[in-house]
Design a protein around this ligand. Structure first.
Ligand SMILES: [Zn+2]
Length: 323
């Protein structure tokens, strides 16, 4: 049997057929249309599924279930989508509408939740029961697994670790609060701080790297750091503390065995993960006397979104069947 994984993102909807070992046998994508209706989004996803089945020669009856990860809030029991950003689903019964196209069971979850499930079901550390994934991208996403169960809170609206405050009255966050972890640890925040550092230190390599790339990106500070630039060293050492503080908060509250780091920033290099590991080991409650929390880069790579979505029905046992 096979699983279909659908990863709904702000710019593209990616889909793939995944085998029982988590190997993607075929994948494809469609552009996300933020302006179209929810029913049209379902039609696009059904068309993507059709392309995947046809291109791989897979029969509909060989599909055990479809899993879908969305950037938003989903009811963990009936998979009603309450809200998504960058694509229109508001209090929407996706499973019912999708049932007009296909009859296999469907599971839907928050994308960060799918990411941690993907690691636990198909990743290098598969079988891990207590794990958190932190995705450092446009925002900061968190997915949490405790005793092998996904913790998504009342009606799926929990697990927003990025919106816990690390500095009262600090930087403004997109959620309306000030000082959220996301406002310091996201790629967006790092880019903002890199721009500030360039203004303050126009002589730094930060400026040179940004000019070479044509813009300031999440990589600029890391590139300048690796080239030995002093302003970049200060910037990265502060960024490590920002990310580290949030990781220690999560570590103290959940005490996972592993914290996976995902998202674009996780590609910064091994030195970044090593620095986060020492920060967490040093400052976690009980220090080295308590069980060790391993910090590691997420292991599923570029197809993590598809594999994580496909892993959702594996963890949940099945999906919701509409007909
Ligand atoms: Zn916030």
């Amino acid at each position: 049997m096979y699983y279909i994984g659908i990863d709904v993102g702000g710019t593209a909807i990616k889909g793939g057929i995944v085998d029982e070992n988590g190997v993607v046998i075929i994948k494809d994508s469609v552009t996300t249309d933020a302006g179209q209706s929810s029913d049209d989004n379902v039609r696009d996803i059904a068309a993507l599924v059709k392309k995947l089945l046809t291109a791989s020669g897979t029969d509909e009856n060989q599909i055990a279930a479809l899993g879908m990860g969305v950037p938003g809030t989903v009811d963990p029991d009936d998979y009603r989508i309450f809200y998504t950003c960058n694509i229109l689903f508001r209090d929407y019964d996706f499973v019912k509408e999708f049932g007009k196209y296909y009859s296999f069971p469907v599971c839907i979850g928050n994308d960060a939740d799918c990411a941690v499930i993907g690691e636990a079901v198909f990743g290098k550390m598969k079988g891990v029961k207590n794990a958190v994934i932190v995705t450092l991208g446009t925002g900061v996403g968190t997915g949490t697994l405790v005793n092998g169960t996904l913790v998504s809170g009342f009606r799926g609206a929990g697990g927003e670790g990025g919106h816990t405050v690390i500095r009262m009255g600090g930087e403004k966050c997109g959620c309306g609060r000030r000082g959220c972890w996301e406002a310091y640890a996201s790629a967006t925040a790092l880019i903002r701080d890199t721009k500030r550092a360039i203004e303050k230190h126009p002589e730094s390599l930060l400026r040179k790297f940004a000019e070479k790339e044509g813009k300031v990106s999440g990589r600029t500070a890391f590139d300048a750091y690796e080239a030995g630039d002093a302003a970049a060293k200060r910037l990265i050492s502060r960024y490590v503390r920002y990310v580290g503080e949030g990781l220690v908060n999560i570590g103290n509250y959940i005490r996972p065995e592993i914290i996976f780091i995902g998202g674009g920033i996780s590609n910064a290099g091994d030195f970044f993960i090593r620095k986060l590991q020492s920060y967490v080991t040093r400052y976690s409650y009980g220090g080295r006397r308590n069980p060790y929390i391993k910090v590691m880069k997420a292991t599923l790579g570029n197809d993590a979104g598809i594999i994580g979505a496909a892993a959702l029905p594996v963890l949940k046992g099945a999906g919701r069947k509409i007909r």
